[in-house]
Design a protein around this ligand. Structure first.
Ligand code: SAM
Length: 351
């Protein structure tokens, strides 16, 4: 297949693997929750044509602008929304986009954001300490760095950055305040840890922690995954690419939990949770980029792709059909077959 849809500015990661994991098919309906430069979206549209449709979401208005230009050829089949994916379900209801065949999350930041767009995501370029994906949001990285207590800062850097020197860095930051720019913060951290630390810059983990905190990345991811499952039709695919262990742990645990039957604590004499599996894992082992891809695109080195398929158990289906057919709503509206079928289809996506 021809997947040569990369741009010179952001190279989509694990592109071929993503298209295969989503099982993109002609006429399919897909959601790209992290549109970025539109690289994955372009490939999804190409492979779902004719008749494919794509809802693209990004919290960053700049990303929407860039992706809109890139996907112009498919403007009749795309709907691009500047929103946070934490509102995924509401967005889909608003635009009547459900159930869908596949949902993609390609987490983190695009090269367009990392390459110094003036929002302070990277210490490679000097910029104000901002780090908001959406500039309309209030809290910035500068607010955290300059107003949080030393204890709060240390906890944040440890939890979201998995940084061993969190307390030392937090103390130095509070001594150095006010810190308003990326380079000032990076140099402050270098003074604690030194300017070299293996392969990564000493400020990497603190920058990651701040970005996660500013954008509530982990909370939003957990919530969006839950919503995504409910939007997938039968056998629909959920594909997530993550770039650090905190994200990947959330994705892995979520998929494993949803693929299980009973989730009662071990030792519970009889099942009280009545949990039924809603997902089937596609790849038990995580998919990572080949050495050739990493060489071509070093930013892909930490990528991990996990995929799962929407499962709707027979038991769940029968209960839903029964509930719907005898529901007051059906009787009151005197729904005929097509409406009832549409409702059933929607219900199966949420059963
Ligand atoms: C790695 S990039 C995606 C690149 C894209 N797949 C491509 O091929 O061009 C991640 C994108 O997700 C967006 N993003 C991150 N968290 C988000 C959230 N909670 N809601 C919406 N968009 C988000 C970022 O703004 C960024 O543009």
């Amino acid at each position: 297949m021809n997947l040569n849809t990369s741009t010179p500015t952001h190279i989509p990661v694990l592109l071929q693997e993503t298209i295969m994991a989503l099982v993109v098919q002609s006429g399919g309906h897909y959601i790209d929750c992290t549109l970025g430069g539109g690289g994955h979206a372009a490939a999804i549209l190409e492979h779902s044509s004719p008749g494919g449709q794509l809802l693209g979401i990004d919290a960053d208005p700049e990303a929407i602008k860039i992706a809109r230009a890139r996907l112009e050829a498919y403007s009749g089949s795309t709907l691009l929304v500047n929103e946070n994916f934490v509102n995924l379900q509401a967005i889909c209801y608003k635009y009547d986009c459900l159930p869908v065949h596949g949902i993609l999350f390609d987490l983190g930041l695009s090269s367009l954001q990392l390459n110094g767009n003036g929002r302070g995501f990277s210490f490679q370029h000097d910029a104000p300490l901002d780090m908001r994906l959406n500039p309309n949001q209030e809290l910035t990285a500068a607010d955290i760095v300059n107003t949080y207590s030393e204890t709060e800062l240390a906890r944040l850097i440890k939890t979201y950055g998995e940084e061993g020197y969190s307390r030392q860095i937090a103390r130095r930051i509070t001594q150095e305040r006010p810190i308003k720019t990326t380079l000032h913060l990076a140099r402050t951290i270098e003074r604690v840890i030194g300017s070299r630390r293996g392969r990564i810059h000493p400020a990497t983990r603190t920058f990651q922690a701040l970005r996660i905190a500013v954008n509530q990345e982990l909370e939003h991811l957990e919530s969006a995954l839950r919503q995504a499952v409910n939007l997938l039709g039968f056998e629909g695919r959920l594909v997530v690419i993550s770039y650090h262990s905190l994200e990947d742990r959330i994705v892995k645990q979520f998929m494993q939990q949803e693929a299980k039957g009973c989730i009662c604590p071990p030792g519970t004499p009889t099942c009280v949770c009545q949990h039924t599996p809603s997902l089937r894992l596609i790849n038990k082992k995580v998919i990572t980029p080949s050495p050739a891809e990493v060489q071509l695109n070093p930013r892909s080195h930490s990528a991990k792709l996990r995929a799962a398929e929407r499962l709707i158990t027979q038991d769940g289906q029968y209960k839903t059909i029964e509930k719907l057919c005898f529901s007051v709503e059906v009787k009151a509206n005197g729904w005929r077959r097509p409406t009832l079928l549409k409702r059933l289809q929607q219900a199966f996506s949420t059963a």
